[in-house]
Design a protein around this ligand. Structure first.
Ligand code: KG4
Length: 340
């Protein structure tokens, strides 16, 4: 008999539902919230309201695209945390209601674990390369920057993480300072393609172990622009491509530095990346270049599975279903970053 999992993701500003059958993705519907663009960042209260509006149509569309109906679903998996509490509550409440109404098991999913397991989503009629255990994941998104040591599907440990801002936040906040639209990461990536990455240099952190810090870079970037604008009010417009390229290079160097250190110390050569920032072309290029030198095997989920999406929640739910790992209706959301 097939195992069909409905996955629900609502941790930040994407409402998503996916259907997975025996590890193969049948649908992965994502409703991104445009409402935040005007504010230059996610507004939590608006995010939870938009989730409430989106959740039912998104689930309906995911089931329609998968060609299944409710009776076919064996379990519902939902993102329990970390994330914005108001946003998480919408997906969690929906999943609980769905589980009661259909008398199926409820599976809680850690958002970080889901990003890691996005590498195991299988697509029908595709090659479906997958990392073997143990492997390292560099998880870089708007809310996370971690290096995770993955020993098995459900056994993973954060060995390094940001002590302040996430890498995506650094992209987005620096983009905002330059007057670019939100989210700034993809815009910077595009501009950087026509810029000189060595034109400007910005502060890099000096943090022990495998941890990251991006708040110093943000401040250094802000002060640099403030000083330049005093001399030339058109400085940003005139240098936008070089600014984007130099900023991107700095962020990528910071990320690669600790990843290389972690790979060297653990002796692990299977390297995966995930989270929205993994779409960055500079980061991907740098990782593939390092892979050549250090003999790494690199895994990057397709963009639809790297950004926040329910496919990764469904695949995590699938492995938890196989392990009989369910939760009760009393499962509460959590906001903080943890893999426990
Ligand atoms: O994983 P994700 O969809 O969700 C959150 O964590 O919210 O990641 C979104 C983040 C944003 O900060 C966005 O600017 C960044 O990923 N991002 C990128 C690129 N595409 C998305 N950053 C740099 N380059 C990109 N191509």
């Amino acid at each position: 008999m097939n195992t069909i999992i409905l996955g629900i993701e609502s941790s930040c500003d994407d409402t998503s539902a996916a259907v997975l059958c025996d590890g193969f993705i049948l649908s992965n519907v994502i409703a991104s919230q445009k409402v935040h663009e005007a504010y230059g960042g996610v507004v939590p209260e608006l995010a939870s309201r938009a989730h409430q509006q989106n959740i039912i149509p998104v689930v309906h569309e995911a089931m329609h695209q998968a060609g299944i109906n409710v009776k076919d679903i064996n379990a519902v998996a939902f993102t329990r945390g970390p994330g914005l509490t108001g946003s998480l509550l919408v997906g969690t409440s929906f999943a609980k209601g769905f589980a009661i109404a259909n008398q199926i098991p409820l599976i809680d999913v850690n958002h970080l674990q889901a990003h890691v397991l996005a590498n195991f989503i299988k697509e029908p009629e595709m090659q479906n390369r997958q990392p073997s255990f143990p492997f390292l994941t560099l998880l870089v998104s708007g809310g996370n920057s971690q290096i995770i040591l993955v020993s098995d599907y459900l056994k993973m440990e954060i060995i390094g993480q940001t002590i302040d801002d996430a890498a995506g936040e650094a992209f987005d906040k620096c983009a905002k300072v330059m007057g670019l639209p939100y989210p700034g990461g993809p815009v910077i990536d595009k501009l950087a393609k026509n810029g000189n990455p060595n034109r400007f240099t910005f502060a890099k952190p000096n943090i022990p172990d495998f941890n990251y810090s991006f708040s110093g870079l943000k401040t250094s970037f802000l002060y640099f622009l403030r000083d330049q604008l005093k001399e030339n009010t058109d400085f940003i417009n005139k240098n936008i491509n070089d600014l984007a390229a130099s900023l991107q290079k700095t962020i990528v160097d910071i990320l690669l530095d600790k990843l290389k250190k972690a790979a060297k110390q653990t002796g692990i050569k299977q390297i995966a990346i995930g989270g929205g920032v993994s779409a960055n072309s500079g980061l991907q290029k740098a990782i593939y270049e390092e892979a050549e030198k250090a003999d790494w095997e690199v895994f990057i989920p397709r963009i639809g599975y790297s950004l926040d999406n329910a496919g990764m929640v469904a695949v995590t739910g699938y492995y938890k279903y196989l392990a009989g790992d369910f939760v009760g209706l009393d499962a509460l959301t959590f906001a903080r970053t943890t893999l426990d």
